[in-house]
Structures are given as C-alpha cells and as structure tokens.
Ligand binder design. Structure first.
Ligand code: AMP
Length: 373
C-alpha cells in the first residue's frame, strides 16, 4: 500500500510527501482508515512503529475538514495526552510537520517551565493541545484551557502514563471532557489496568495491534556481554573505539549513574551528554537536539527521560545497566531499528543482572547471543 491509497486530503498528502514517507507503516495502514471513519481505537504499538503519524495524520485531516465549515473563535478540538514533556514536544513537532499546510494551531503544554509562553499561545486560540497531565490540569484550573468542545482525545503511551502514576490525573481530566467524542488510546503493552481504561473510555472500539511487545522489531541485532560491574566502563570505551558506533544511546539505571558515565566519557575525549529528570528542561532539550544533529555522539539516558526519544538513524542502543522490567528492554531497543531500519542493541549483564536477562529472554521468547569480552 502507498500513502496515496489512504486518500488523504491534499494539504496533508503534500506534507507527507515532504517528510519523504511513501509507504505507510503497518500501524498507519491499519489505524488511519479506522480513525478517519470516526471510530474509537485501541492501538497496540511501541515507539518506532510510526504510531505518532498513525494518529496525528487522521486527526489533522478530520479537524481540517471541520475547520472549513467553522468560524472564529478557535476552540480546543483535540487533546493529545502524553507522559513526558520530551514526547509532548516531539508530537508537537510531528503535528507541525504533517499539518504544515492545514492552517491549524496547536500548543504544547508541559510542566517544569514557566507557563507564560504556553498561556500566551492559548490565549491566541488553538485547535489542538499536546499536554502532560499535571500542567494541563493546572491550566484548566486557572481557566486558560476549556475542554468542553473537545471532539478527539488521544492517550499516547498510556501504559507509561499509568506506570508514572498519572492514573488519578487521567480520571480528573476525563471528567472534564464531553462524552460525545472520538477516543484513541495507544499503548505498547496492554496489562489489565490498561484494559480497565479502555473499557471506561472507549466506545465500540476497534483494536489494532502491530509488533507485539514480546517480539522486538525483527531488524534489530541483539547481543549481550557478561561483564563485571567494575569493567563496564572499559567495555563501553572499547566498543566506542569503533567509529561505526556513530550515534549511541546508552541506558543507565540511575540519574547519578548517567551523569557519572557521561562525565567519564567526556574525560576520555568522547562527545557525550546525559539526559534525565533532574536536568533542567533547557538542558534536556539541548542535549536531545545535539544528539539528533549528531554533534553529540553518545547520549546517556535514564528510562523516563528517554521515553519517546525519536532519533532517526540511531545506530546503537547500549544497555549499560539492564532494566528490572523486561518490557522496558523492548522499549529501549525499539529506539534503534526505527521504521524498518536496521539497528544494534548491546546489553551489559553483570552477575546481579542475570535474573533480569532471564526475564527479558522469556518475554521476547529468544536467547540473546552472548559476545565474550
Ligand atoms: P514513532 O513510532 O511515531 O515514534 O515514529 C518513528 C519514526 O518513524 C519517526 O522518526 C518518523 O518520522 C518515522 N516514520 C513514521 N512513519 C513513517 C513512514 N511511513 N515512512 C518512513 N518513516 C516514517
């Protein structure tokens, strides 16, 4: 199937062409027609499958078609809820790209920064809001945001939102929305808590699933090194001697560990930066943009900060520390091998992490080949 077969309206198709997309990814092929029919949708897809475009493109198209008949003033017609500010910003960028000819206005709302630029954007009138739950509720209570005209709601990375403790906030937000709306819920995993959310929020929904979380993108080449904790840094340095590792995302368990490792790499002459929740918003954005533009070769990240990092042509993901939750491993390595491109995921496993490795292998139903160090 080609994008043209999805019968997108001209302003959107033109933007998709500029992005260089010709073939829709499986989630796009399945989800876009369903969303355009106005149905509720449960999308089971992880980061890297093209899920942002899968909801952003039809959402823009539907609002555009509405806009043609609608008069000023603008009101908020769509809300996209996300767990982190990085993801919110990236979704905002995608809306900007796919909607560049649609004339719709959007605002990205997240906490940890002054609200002034966000409220000034809102007071000019917007059609779409991309938001993290806390700041959204804050601005609702200050009456900068009214959700009574909402037509479309997207919950992105819903499993992550619940993991991060947003369940109560989500309930409060839902109570503010019109019942008569279209709801799209995207989640990489569908544990019982997500099913509860689906049952309470979606009506007559269609379920679309691609690449279940237990089978990471096939094109990713996975390996594991058994290494003592104290030797992990030496191993990383040895690997980085290979210039082929030109854009490397390294995961550590703790924020402190991320900082320490990035500092250690910089001391050895490797251009590296850390990204985690204790860094200021400006520092996080700066680190991300340096990494995207390849000014920084190595980005050291913790899981939450890395959520949704969308970097094309990421060559390697390195699990410096293995995650406790096996699903997190799948999320992490999904950062490479995006949209069908090949990638490499290397994991460092010390004696204490052998249990984590076993759980990961159980989840993905395969043994990860061992490379000796
Ligand atoms: P996502 O899963 O939304 O994080 O998207 C993963 C990456 O795939 C992003 O960098 C998109 O720009 C890219 N992408 C999305 N859809 C397509 C497509 N149909 N063709 C090529 N690249 C795509």
């Amino acid at each position: 199937m080609k994008f043209e077969d999805l019968k997108l309206i001209e302003p959107i198709q033109k933007a998709v062409d500029i992005e260089g997309y010709t073939i829709p990814t499986p989630i796009q092929e399945k989800a876009i027609p369903i969303i355009l029919e106005g149905k509720d949708l449960l999308g089971c897809a992880q980061t890297g499958t093209g899920k942002t475009a899968a909801f952003a493109i039809p959402l823009l198209q539907m609002l555009y078609n509405d806009k043609v008949h609608e008069k000023w003033p603008r009101n908020i017609k769509a809300l996209i809820l996300t767990p982190t500010r990085e993801l919110a910003i990236q979704i905002g960028e995608s809306l900007g790209a796919y909607g560049r000819f649609a004339g719709l206005k959007y605002a990205v709302i997240y906490g940890g920064v002054s609200q002034i630029s966000q409220t000034s954007m809102l007071s000019k009138g917007v059609d779409i809001i991309v938001a993290t739950p806390g700041r959204l509720l804050d601005l609702v209570s200050q009456k900068y945001i009214r959700l009574g005209f909402l037509k479309m709601l997207v919950l992105d990375e819903a499993d992550r939102m619940l993991d991060m403790g947003f369940s109560h906030d989500i309930k409060r937000i839902m109570a503010l929305l019109p019942i008569d709306r279209q709801t799209l819920l995207f989640s990489a995993t569908v544990p019982p808590e997500i099913m509860n959310l689906v049952e309470s929020l979606l009506q007559d929904h269609v379920k679309v699933a691609v690449t279940p979380v237990s089978s990471p993108v096939e094109s990713i080449n996975q390996s594991v090194y058994f290494v003592d904790r104290k030797d992990k840094k030496t191993l990383l340095m040895k690997l980085l001697n290979n210039r082929g590792l030109d854009s490397v995302l390294v995961f550590t368990r703790t924020k402190h560990g991320a900082d320490k490792l990035a500092r250690g790499l910089v001391n050895k002459g490797i251009v590296a930066q850390a990204i985690h929740g204790n860094k200021s918003q400006v520092a996080r954005q700066q680190a991300l943009s340096n990494f995207k533009s390849k000014r920084t070769r190595v980005l050291v990240a913790t899981d939450i900060a890395a959520r949704g990092i969308d970097v094309q042509e990421l060559s390697h993901v390195i699990n410096y520390d293995l995650p406790d939750t096996p699903e997190t491993y799948v999320h992490r390595i999904g950062r490479t091998g995006r949209a069908g491109m090949g990638g490499t995921a290397l994991s460092f496993c010390d004696t204490e992490e052998k249990g984590c490795l076993m759980n990961i292998q159980k989840l993905i139903s395969k043994k990860i080949p061992v490379i000796s160090f």
